[in-house]
Every structure is written in C-alpha cells, then in structure tokens.
Design a protein around this ligand. Structure first.
Ligand code: CCH
Length: 291
C-alpha cells in the first residue's frame, strides 16, 4: 500500500534542526575519521543505500521503513561497511526516540552534504519504522561498480531517474573513499574528499588508466596515480548521453549544486508519499546559525 508520511505529533522544523545540529556536532568531533574523510562520505552513502533500493515498477524499496538493519537487506554485499554510519547515528535514535530510522538516516545525509559545503537539500520527515518481512527489499537493487553505462542508465531508470539526474547524483563521489574491506575497491576520487564540490566531474574529464594491482578493475589518474575512478564512473564519459552532463557540471559548480540538490532530495523521498501541501524543511548550517 502507499507509504504515507506520518510526522510524530507536535514535531516541526525546530525539533529536526536540533537533531541536525547534534549530528553536525558529532561530525565535527570526528573530522579525523577514515584518514581525514570524516563521516561525510559514510553518511551520504548510508542515506543513498537506504533509498536507492526503490523500484518504481513494483513501488517497493526506498527509505520509508528503515529496513537496512534487517536481512536480507543488511547482508546485501552492496551495504558492507554501512553499519559504521548507522552506529554513528544510533545515539540520536536513543536521544530522540520519536525519530524513525528512515528519517534519521536520510537526515544524516542532508547534514553531511550541507556541512561539507554542498547545496541546501529540502527534506521532509514522516518515514515509519517497520520490521515486517514484506517491507524489506531484496538484495541486488543497488549498483554494481564493475558494470557499464547502459547498466547504470537502466538501474537509475528503475528508480525513476533520467540521465541528467543520474550524472548529478554520482557527483557525490566527491566525498569519501572506497575501502578494500567493504567493496574491494580502494581510495578516494580526489584530494578534497571531505568537501562537497564539483571536483569529481573536473577530474573525470582528465586522463585515467587502468590500475595495475591485485584488486578489482579500477582506474587511477595519469597525473599522480593517487586517485581512483570506478568502471561505472568512467562509463559516464564513455557514453554521450552522460558525457554532456559531466561537461556541464565540470564547468559550472552552481548548476551541479542546483541539480544535485533536486535529484538527491527526490532520491531520499523515493517510495514516500506526502500529504497534499506538505512543505519541505530547509535546515540552517552550523555556520549560518553562528554568524
Ligand atoms: Fe557510490 N560507491 N556508487 N554513490 N558512494 C562507493 C562509495 C560512495 C557506486 C559504487 C560505490 C552513488 C552511486 C554509485 C557515495 C555516494 C553515492 C563505493 C565504495 C562504491 C563501490 C564503498 C566502500 O568501499 O566503502 C556505484 C556503482 C554507483 C552508481 O553507479 C550515488 C548516487 C551516491 C550518492 C548520491 C559516497 C559518498 C561514497 C563514499 C563512502 C565512504 O565511506 O566514504
């Protein structure tokens, strides 16, 4: 049935801004985590994997039920390593027992994008926890990084996204790193992996070659051999229907921010229905509240 958002009674912008501030404060206390990446990448990936299971054809999956703690979703290989983000946020589920897991995990992503210098992301609460087996999506809905452009196109189409939104969303690879113990892949996409920028697209257009190593096929940059791209990242420059957006975003960070914000807000709301007239919150960053 339709997953209609239910906001806990009496809760509004002020209450969620308080949780936002707590999450931002804990991120700030852990800036050294993961070799200086902090928790930005981890939290954005958690929000994306909680949401990206959505299938528009069956109207299943998505962030509504906060189901990633249950099998078979929890043991999906694609979700390896995300317990770190869920554990990071857990203290706020205890402190604010009225917030659902889906709301907390998606809010964590919004905090990470905004606090790392990215765009404002409109966000709405009201996801509702479930442990019903029927509400847990099957494994295999999240992308396999060894694949090609056609595969990426079809996978994001299943969520309801077009080529432009797909390219914008993958620009989140400006944040964080790959970890051999999670995915088999290794390394960050660029040097500023704790800052939300359009750097992923700028670098993608530069020269890349296949890395010689024992791990899965990944690329490294010609200039320094220090940064990485996944096969699915490189696919964004191999297909003309993606490449035009890579070029747009590399040349214009404001445009990337605008498109990313819209597509990411939509991603976090896949499979959630809101009452008519429901209005998204826009959170203030910590900097804005201090000045
Ligand atoms: Fe991603 N991503 N992602 N990704 N991802 C990985 C890490 C991050 C793919 C594969 C991988 C999106 C799309 C794709 C982040 C955000 C987004 C890793 C390494 C793989 C593999 C995981 C590890 O080893 O820890 C593939 C394939 C696609 C699509 O084709 C989208 C969309 C988003 C967000 C909107 C972020 C952030 C990370 C860094 C995580 C960290 O721990 O630092």
């Amino acid at each position: 049935g339709p997953n209609i958002a239910k906001v806990p009674s009496g809760k509004g912008l002020k209450d969620y801004q308080e949780i936002y501030n707590d999450i931002a404060g804990k991120i700030e206390e852990n800036l050294d985590y993961d070799g200086g990446a902090g928790f930005y990448g981890q939290l954005v990936r958690l929000s994306w994997h909680a949401s990206g299971t959505y299938d528009k054809n069956t109207k299943t999956g998505g962030s509504f039920y906060g189901s990633m703690i249950y099998d078979p979703e929890s043991s999906d290989g694609a979700n390896a390593g995300l317990a770190a983000g869920r554990d990071f946020l857990y203290e706020f589920a205890v402190k604010y027992p009225w917030i659902s897991r889906g709301d907390l995990w998606t809010l964590g992503g919004v905090v990470a994008v905004q606090e790392s210098g990215g765009p404002k992301v409109p966000w709405r609460p009201g996801r509702v926890d479930s442990f019903d087996k029927r509400d847990i999506p099957p494994p295999g809905n999240l992308p396999d990084a060894s694949e090609d452009g056609k595969y990426v196109r079809n996978l994001f189409k299943r969520m309801g996204f077009g080529d432009r939104e797909t390219v914008a969303l993958i620009g989140a690879h400006c944040l964080g790193k790959c970890h051999t113990h999670n995915s088999g892949y290794e390394g960050p996409w660029g040097p500023s992996f704790n800052m939300f920028t359009n750097d992923f697209f700028v670098r993608l257009l530069q020269g890349w070659h296949v890395r010689k190593w024992d791990g899965p096929k990944q690329y490294e940059d010609d200039e320094s051999n220090s940064f990485m791209m996944l096969p699915t990242d490189i696919a964004l420059k191999e297909e003309s229907y993606f490449l035009k957006y890579v070029k747009l975003y590399a040349a214009d960070q404001d445009l990337f921010f605008k498109d990313f914000s819209k597509a990411y807000a939509a991603l976090l709301e896949l499979g959630v229905e809101y009452p008519r007239g429901s209005k998204p919150f826009l959170f203030k960053t910590i900097d804005e509240q201090e000045s």
